[in-house]
Design a protein around this ligand. Structure first.
Ligand code: TLP
Length: 348
């Protein structure tokens, strides 16, 4: 059956016709020489929007986080990360493999927050038996915590605890614009407590490729060297940077629609016997919900027969709303879920 609704991730979004036009018309040059006007514009615009000195276009969120950690730390340094963070759980340990960094996981609360006292307790003393704790990484919105947005106050509290211990602060803001739209604040406020941040263009903002790292100019120069070393000095890359510029101008405000669809989805799922989810806890575009253990692959197979794609998480399943998902798609999915669970109860 043809795919009708793809809820696996917001990474599956397709560029709109207008975005494709921006790509087609992009002015380009060799970016390793600093000659690509579209890349330069994207980097400057990103830095300006997030209130930082400079920006760096990178290939992915993973690469943005990696070059940031490598630029903040030296071999043998320690990075504090949330135990449910994407950096710790889903980036293949790159900072350890490629940078000799020690990732130290600390407890994440159900809102994606890292308690300041937990940060303090994890900060190592000046003692040559232990690695120097150099960096704290914060994730906003928090993917595994159902896309929870962290407020500027929460971010300040975490960053203050890190600074007491002499650390720098990096934000994995893969979905920081979802956080800003959800909280109704300027994105600058959310990243102000941090030295650096990465945000993704190829998730809710619907670009085909890319992320941007922002921070102080000296930090960005350092990150640029690491990017080159990782083989991602790109050439006439304005063709994809142009999509990024387009998205920053046109794709942010509409994220509200994705959040409304996620809420509608969670409300519908909450009414199904066998599913557990708190719709009041859904504030952006990610809905995690609990299903009966062992039922994940049957649910995803059944949905697939109706043209709905989801990842077979078990017992926590995830659905992500985005530019390619309408409220009708949500209703269609809810009917499919209701019918699946009704049939499962009847067969039991
Ligand atoms: N997340 C992807 C997958 O890797 C799971 C998704 O579908 O949600 N930080 C956060 C918070 C992320 O959610 C992701 C991607 C990344 C970083 C990495 O971005 P990419 O995939 O561009 O390397």
């Amino acid at each position: 059956m043809e795919v009708r609704v793809d809820l696996r991730s917001d990474t599956v979004t397709m560029p709109s016709p207008e975005m494709r036009r921006a790509i087609y018309e992009a002015e380009v040059g060799d970016d390793v020489y600093g000659d690509d006007p579209s890349v330069n514009e994207l980097e400057e615009k990103s830095a300006e929007m997030l209130g930082k000195e400079a920006g760096l276009f990178v290939t992915s969120g993973t690469q943005g986080n990696l070059v940031s950690m490598l630029a903040h730390c030296g071999r043998g340094d320690e990075v504090l990360v949330g135990d449910r963070s994407h950096i710790f759980s889903s980036e293949a340990g790159g900072a350890s493999v490629l940078g000799g960094l020690f990732l130290y996981p600390i407890k994440t609360d159900r809102y994606g927050f890292l308690e300041p006292d937990v940060i303090r307790a994890a900060t190592k003393p000046h003692d040559y038996h232990v690695p120097p704790t150099r960096l704290l990484c914060i994730e906003n919105t928090h993917n595994q915590m159902s896309g929870q947005p962290l407020t500027a106050e929460q971010t300040h509290a975490m960053a203050d605890a890190a600074r007491e211990g002499g650390m720098n602060v990096h934000i994995d803001g893969a979905r920081i614009f979802n956080a800003a739209v959800s909280l109704g604040v300027d994105v600058k406020e959310l990243v102000a407590p941090a030295d650096s941040a990465t945000f993704c263009l190829s998730k809710g903002l619907s670009c085909p490729v890319g992320s941007v790292v922002v921070g102080r100019q000296d930090f960005i120069n350092h990150a640029r060297r690491w990017r080159k070393m990782l083989g991602a000095g790109m050439r006439q890359v304005g063709v994809i940077a142009a999509a990024g510029i387009y998205s920053l101008d046109n794709m942010i405000e509409r994220l509200d629609e994705d959040h409304a669809n996620a809420k509608r989805l969670a409300q519908g799922l909450a009414e199904i016997d066998g599913i557990s989810v708190d719709p009041d806890n859904i504030h952006s575009n990610i809905v995690f919900f609990q299903i009966p253990p062992g039922s994940g692959s049957a649910i995803s197979a059944n949905l697939k027969e109706r043209g709905i794609l989801v990842n077979a998480g078990d017992p926590m399943m995830r659905m992500v709303t985005h530019y390619g998902i309408s409220s009708e798609d949500i209703d269609y999915t809810l009917v499919a879920m209701q019918e699946h669970f009704r049939a499962a109860v009847a067969a039991a």
